[in-house]
Design a protein around this ligand. Structure first.
Ligand SMILES: [Zn+2]
Length: 451
């Protein structure tokens, strides 16, 4: 048993309960109890972390759209449709070792920033399964599969199926494999059919890209005679097993289709702004009944993986979009980064909030940062200004402790199981080499997909 005592807890339960002096009791990989300190019976032999009121606990954050990579700070200042062919260079030259080091560096970054679950779409994902298994975080692995020439240098349906057979539900269920599809321009109708087959045969979820930029949506309408969401529906893809990245240009009727199907949307506010896509109409999506979670979209188009930034920027962009300061308060953003993310992955009964019976995915944030003080409470000590500081004034680097499945993976801001210096040095060496190979392939940039 482990007990985290005298901590300020944001449970993110249905009532958004906050407890000013709480104890979280952990039994193995699950939360046994969350309640006021003194009211939770702590066994005498429990291992105790005494937070002395100087830490706050949140559910582990859930990054529902990410692309691991060692390539960052290039392909800058490009709109999505012009950016994609340049981005493809990293995939033309990616080796299993490139991918392995990308997973080590990326998952280290995610964990240190308080992200305990990552939905990742990249290459050679058997490496991701092994790295995540060893590091201890939760991952949902959706291979970047594409088959339309000349985009047939990505993963295949065969490699996706092999990944499912070899790694789905491994490492005590922390590693989940999905059927992954790039998008309607990179992947053929046959590849969509085969992804659906994998969903039916193995019970795996499906992750793909929805419409990201208005130009893409216009090209889809001219090529397929319908919107991207309508095309996905015609291919049998709309269901509660599906999560869609982005969906920035999306009509009200397409939102209704997504909502009716019970599919989720992974909103990536920073990446959408950076690639000139605009701001997704998240308030309308939610009004239509769509579950919307947050994603970082990975290092190449963000350029970091810190869901605290995503919460702040996401809120600000919705306020701008609707010219409404009341839009997207701190509670909404915190729910998007936690319980909504869990729902996107079909895990809302297991993770995403701090409640008895759920998996023990907990992060502790130090309050010893000037931007988080002073912490004030209402008279009944049920509401605190700390909520807003967590969403608008916290950086991932404030995270002190990260617990996944009851195991402490980060303590005092450092990985407990892995050698950080080795990960950084390996990533430096491999990344510089990958960048050289990528740059050498620059003569082979394909034309943008544009009609
Ligand atoms: Zn993406």
């Amino acid at each position: 048993m482990q007990a985290i005592e005298h901590v300020i807890v944001f449970t993110v339960d249905d009532a958004n309960t906050v407890i000013d002096d709480a104890t979280i009791l952990i039994d193995g990989d699950r939360i046994a109890a969350v309640g006021r300190t003194g009211e939770v019976a702590v066994p005498p032999d429990a291992e105790v972390i005494d937070c002395e009121g100087r830490f706050t606990a949140l559910p582990g954050l859930v990054d529902t759209h990410n692309h691991s990579s060692l390539i960052r700070g290039v392909d800058e200042n490009l709109d999505l449709v012009d950016w994609l062919p340049v981005y493809d260079l990293e995939h033309r030259t990616c080796t299993p070792e490139d991918a392995r080091q990308a997973y080590r560096l990326g998952y280290m970054e995610c964990l240190l920033n308080g992200t305990t679950t990552v939905q990742d779409m990249h290459r050679f994902m058997d490496q991701a399964a092994q790295v995540a298994g060893e590091m201890g975080l939760r991952v949902f692995l959706a291979p970047y599969a594409a088959d339309v020439p000349p985009y047939d240098f990505f993963e295949t349906s065969e490699s996706n199926e092999r990944l499912i057979r070899d790694w789905h539900n491994s490492f005590d269920g922390r590693v989940q494999v999905e059927a992954g599809i790039e998008d309607v321009f990179y992947s053929s109708a046959d590849m969509y059919r085969r992804a659906l087959d994998m969903h039916e045969r193995y019970g795996v979820r499906i992750h793909t890209h929805g419409p990201e930029h208005a130009e893409e949506e216009a090209t889809a309408r001219s090529r397929f005679g319908m919107s991207i969401i309508e095309l996905l529906r015609s291919r049998g893809f709309l269901g509660d097993f599906l999560s869609l990245g982005h969906c920035v240009p999306i009509s009200r009727s397409d939102m209704d289709l997504v909502a009716e199907a019970g599919a989720s949307i992974c909103h990536c506010p920073i990446s959408a702004a950076k690639l000139g896509c605009g701001t997704a109409p998240v308030r309308d999506m939610m009004a239509a009944g769509v579950n919307v979670s947050l994603g970082s979209d990975g290092p190449i188009d963000n350029n970091s993986m810190d869901l605290f930034q995503e919460m702040k920027v996401g809120s600000l962009m919705q306020k701008v979009r609707y010219a409404d300061a009341k839009a997207f308060d701190a509670t909404t953003m915190l729910r998007m980064a936690t319980i909504n993310g869990a729902r996107t992955l079909g895990m809302e009964h297991e993770i995403g909030s701090l409640e008895a019976g759920k998996k023990a995915d907990v992060i502790l944030i130090s309050l010893d940062h000037p931007s988080l003080r002073p912490v004030c409470w209402n008279e009944s000590r049920t509401e605190t200004n700390l909520l807003w500081a967590l969403v608008f004034a916290t950086q991932g680097g404030f995270v002190d402790t990260v617990i996944v499945d009851g195991a402490t993976l980060v303590r005092h801001g450092h990985l407990t199981r892995m050698d950080e210096r080795e990960i950084l040095d390996d990533a430096q060496r491999q990344g510089a080499d990958w960048m050289r190979r990528r740059n050498a392939a620059a003569g082979r940039i394909l034309a943008p997909i544009r009609d």
